[in-house]
Design a protein around this ligand. Structure first.
Ligand code: F7E
Length: 321
C-alpha cells in the first residue's frame, strides 16, 4: 500500500518534532518546511535524528508553498508554524497577523486550487478565548472568543477562515484548540521551560535569581507529546471539525514555581523577582479547557500529569546543564 504523505509547517518546533516522530511510527512519509536561518546549525535541532525530508520555504512566500506542495503531493498538511509568543506578538503585531492568519488563507487557497482533497489541520489556540470563562469555570467550543493579544486575534481570524472555507467549499479543514502544552523541547522564553531551566541553574550555582512577569495567571498545561496524539486523531476523524485539547486542570505560574523549586529542594520565594518587562499590556488570567468530547469521541487521554511533566523537564535540564 502507498505510504501516506504528511507535510508539516513548523516541523522543527516542539509540536512539529513530536508529531513527526508519531507519524513516522504510523508509517507516514514525513516532509516539513523550514525557513532559511542565519544560524544554519540551529535550523533542525529538534529533528536532526529523524527520518524526515525538509524543504526550504516560508509561509509568507506563496510561490515556495505552491512549489513544495506540488513536489511533495501531501495527503495531509499540518499547519503548526506560527509566530507563537504572545508577549512578542504585542511588539510585532503586523508580522504576527501575516504569518498566523494571512499565510493560512494562502495555504487554503493553494489547496483549493491545486488539489482540494488534501486534508488540512490548523493549530488553533486557547488564547482565542481571552478572558471569557463559562459559569462552571471552563472554556469550550461555545465559550465566546474575545482575544486579548495580537496573537490571539490572529489565531481567531485563522479559526474563522477555516470554519468559513469548510462550510462554503466542503474542504477537510479541521482545527484543534490546544491549551498550553510543554515539554523539555519547549522554547526557553515560554514560562514553563524558563522556570525549570533557571531553577536548575540556581541549584547548580550558575544563576542567583529567576525574573518573571505576572505569576498569578492560571494556565491549563499539558504535554506536547500527548497533544500531538490528539492532533493525529483529529485529522483521522471521519469529519473535519473543531476540537478542544486540554487537561481540564489549571495551575498558576506561582504553583509552577512552587512545584519546580520543591523538586530541587528549594523554596521559590527565596529566588523570584518580578520585572515589568515580562508583563503583558493585557493579561489572559485564567484557562481551563473542557475536552470531554475529544476524550469521548476520539478516545484520547493524556498520559502525563502536570507534576510528571515538570519532573521530566527538571530531569532534562539537570542532565543537560
Ligand atoms: O506564558 C506568564 C505570562 O508565554 C504563560 C503559547 O504556546 O500558550 C502559550 O501562550 C503565563 C502568562 O504562554 C513570564 O504572563 C510570567 O500568563 O508560557 P507563556 P502563553 O502566553 O499562555 C498558548 C495556548 C499559545 O497558543 C501560545 O502560542 O506565564 N509569565 N512571567 C511569563 N511568561 C513568559 N513567557 N515569560 C515570563 O517571564
Amino acid at each position: 500500500m502507498k505510504k501516506k504523505i504528511a507535510l508539516i509547517t513548523g516541523i522543527n518546533g516542539q509540536d512539529g518534532s513530536y508529531l513527526s516522530e508519531l507519524l513516522i511510527k504510523k508509517g507516514y512519509s514525513v516532509h516539513g518546511i523550514v525557513r532559511r536561518h542565519s544560524l544554519a546549525e540551529n535550523q533542525d535541532i529538534r529533528i536532526n535524528n529523524l527520518n524526515v525530508k525538509t524543504h526550504y520555504g516560508d509561509l509568507l512566500d506563496e510561490v515556495s508553498l505552491m512549489k513544495i506542495i506540488r513536489k511533495v503531493k501531501p495527503d495531509e498538511i499540518y499547519n503548526l508554524a506560527a509566530m507563537s509568543h504572545v508577549r512578542i506578538s504585542t511588539e510585532m503585531p503586523s508580522f504576527t497577523i501575516k504569518v498566523n492568519s494571512l499565510a493560512l488563507l494562502n495555504l487554503m487557497e493553494i489547496i483549493r486550487n491545486y488539489n482540494d482533497k488534501i486534508k488540512l489541520y490548523q493549530a488553533s489556540s486557547s488564547e482565542m478565548f481571552g478572558n471569557s470563562i463559562d459559569k462552571d469555570g471552563y472554556q469550550r467550543l461555545t465559550t465566546p472568543m474575545n482575544p486579548v493579544s495580537p496573537y490571539g486575534c490572529s489565531k481567531l481570524l485563522g479559526y474563522n477562515l477555516i470554519n468559513h472555507y469548510r462550510n462554503a467549499y466542503d474542504n477537510f479543514f479541521c482545527t484543534g484548540i490546544l491549551f498550553n502544552h510543554e515539554s523539555p523541547r519547549r522554547g526557553i522564553n515560554f514560562v514553563t521551560n524558563k522556570v525549570v531551566r533557571t531553577a536548575v541553574e540556581i541549584k547548580k550555582g550558575l544563576k542567583k535569581k529567576l525574573i518573571l512577569g505576572n505569576i498569578d495567571s492560571y494556565r491549563d498545561w499539558g504535554h506536547s507529546k500527548d497533544y500531538v496524539e490528539a492532533i493525529y486523531k483529529i485529522m483521522q476523524f471521519k469529519k473535519a471539525e473543531n476540537w478542544i485539547v486540554s487537561t481540564g486542570n489549571t495551575y498558576s505560574v506561582r504553583d509552577l514555581c512552587k512545584i519546580t523549586f520543591k523538586l530541587l529542594n528549594m523554596n521559590y520565594k527565596d529566588y523570584i523577582k518580578q520585572d515589568k518587562r515580562y508583563f503583558r499590556p493585557q493579561e489572559l488570567k485564567y484557562l481551563k479547557g473542557d475536552s470531554s468530547r475529544t476524550r469521548r469521541v476520539l478516545k484520547w487521554q493524556p498520559k502525563y500529569t502536570f507534576e510528571t511533566m515538570i519532573e521530566e523537564m527538571v530531569n532534562y535540564w539537570s542532565n543537560k546543564l
